[in-house]
Write a protein that binds this ligand. Structure first.
Ligand code: URP
Ligand code: ZN
Ligand code: ZN
Length: 473
């Protein structure tokens, strides 16, 4: 199957020019002006942007968490992602306490077998137990499975939180095995004290979620994790950075040339702590962790994105229905399942309010949502760019298309949208994954199963553009 994308404005992290893209057998074959080729399908991209498919490195699909399970499976989650212009995601495979890493991976592979994705999917390994379940030796073997990043939680005490010994040992294994350390950076011990005190004083409402997780708990843990990773010689990536206190230690480490990087998520750029303080448990919709922060943090995050202190915008898509699932904590904010949805609207929001306002250039928009993700997580240059030999994961983006973000029209199974009612300008017209048209003119064209599991390269190594052996069905 060949596809010709004709006359679009091709924008990558580095380039911006008008041309044609010829796709043959799933990869970009030729790029040029007025290509003289015959294709099975031609897409007219005049007046449109042609950008690398976005990659979401932070999702929680069908995750047992907080006493329930996130409500998207790998079919609904990836369909929703595709409608927003995301062509690959990397989901967190959780090692449940007592479980081996091999068992955890088998569980996640079963999920994508049962509910087949429409976009490509990779896994990170979320380490919760290096005592009873996983051993350091087994952890060192995880990258052999194409899973080349380890995530550790410094919060959620009594559930998935690890101590500093575990974090440090995992950093050492990462340094030796070519893996990237990812941290959920919050001081879980201090938060646990604050939560217990708040509940003892009778504070049960959602707004106490933020009041018991002050920004300093995030800043302290971010700094601690970066220092420990540096001692161990491991590269580190801080997930869901939400505030100035966490941006600062990343900036300092990067200034020193340390292998530290970080992401923020769409919601932290738009939603502040006032959203939690709404009557009738409405605030429960915004209970995700770290919590929405005071509004002034948003300017720090935008600046950090523009100056490359933060390199990626992800979604941390972790969908729980409201009030059915969120209501588990109606009388106790600490029991509200932590997480918010957002897999479909990352590009809509960033394009409209980032590129549209001049906070981000078009190249930076592509870099933050695709190229830097591919480079950080062992997918580049197969993914994250439009170049001969790379996977034809491409979005034909209509910069004029208007839509109103809403749970009534999004494709996730979740019944609310964090950005409900927001009017955006700019949306995908056609979405291709390895040359297959997945979404076209607001219709799902692909069947579940169009997506594949992607084995990722080790940290700092490239995923060769044409080596098909690195992608296992
Ligand atoms: O609230 C969140 N973010 N839930 C998902 C798990 C995590 O901490 O990333
Ligand atoms: Zn987290
Ligand atoms: Zn998360």
């Amino acid at each position: 199957m060949s596809v010709l994308i004709q006359g679009g404005r091709i924008v990558t992290a580095a380039d911006d020019y008008v041309g044609d893209v010829f796709i043959d057998n799933g990869t970009v074959s030729l790029i040029g002006e007025s290509l003289d080729v015959v294709a099975d399908k031609t897409i007219d991209a005049n007046g449109k942007l042609v950008i690398p498919g976005a990659i979401d490195p932070h999702t929680h699909i069908e995750l047992p968490f907080g006493g329930t399970v996130t409500c998207d499976d790998f079919t609904s989650g990836t369909v929703s992602a595709a409608f927003g212009g995301t062509t690959s995601l990397v989901d967190f495979c959780f090692q449940m306490p007592g479980q081996s890493f091999a068992e955890a991976l088998a569980t996640w592979h079963e999920k994508i077998e049962r509910c087949k994705p429409v976009i490509d999917v990779g896994f990170h390994m979320a380490i919760t137990d290096l005592k009873e379940g996983g051993s350091l030796e087994d952890l060192a073997k995880v990258p052999d499975e194409g899973v080349t990043s380890y995530k550790l939680f410094m919060a959620y005490k009594g559930a998935v939180m690890v101590d500093d010994e575990t974090l440090f040992k995992a950093c050492r294994v990462a340094a030796e095995s070519g893996s990237l350390i990812m941290v959920h950076a919050e001081n879980g011990d201090a938060i646990d004290v604050l939560v217990k005190e708040a509940l003892a004083a009778g504070h049960t409402e959602p707004v106490w979620h933020a009041r018991t997780r002050p920004p300093e708990t995030e800043g302290e843990a971010t700094n601690r994790a970066i220092q420990l990773a540096h001692i161990a010689g491991a590269p580190i990536y801080v997930v869901h950075v939400s505030c100035k206190e966490s941006v600062e230690p990343i900036a300092i480490a990067r200034e020193k040339g340390w292998a530290a990087s970080g992401e923020t998520c769409t919601q932290y750029l738009f939603i502040d702590d006032s959203y939690l303080d709404q009557p009738d448990f409405e605030g429960g919709k915004y209970v995700y962790t770290p919590p929405p922060r005071p509004k002034e943090n948003q300017e720090h995050l935008w600046k950090a994105l523009a100056s490359d202190v933060l390199s990626v915008v992800s979604t941390d898509h972790c969908p729980f229905n409201w009030p059915e699932q969120k209501g588990l904590g109606r009388d106790d904010f600490s029991k509200i399942p932590n997480g918010g949805p957002g897999i479909e609207n990352r590009l809509h929001m960033l394009y409209t309010f980032g590129v549209g306002s001049g906070k981000l250039t078009l190249n930076r928009f592509v870099e933050l949502t695709s190229t830097n993700v591919a480079k950080s997580f062992g997918l580049y240059p197969r993914k994250g760019t439009i170049a001969p030999g790379s996977d034809a994961d491409i979005v034909v983006w209509d910069p004029e298309k208007k839509l109103t973000v809403s749970a009534s029209t999004h494709h996730s199974k979740v019944n609310y949208n964090l950005f409900e009612g927001t009017e955006v300008t700019g949306a995908p017209e056609v979405v291709l994954v390895r040359g297959q048209v997945i979404v076209e003119n607001d219709e799902l064209v692909a069947q579940p199963g169009a997506g594949q599991f992607v084995r990722r390269a080790r940290f700092g190594e490239e995923l060769t553009p044409t080596g098909k052996e690195a992608v296992a069905a």
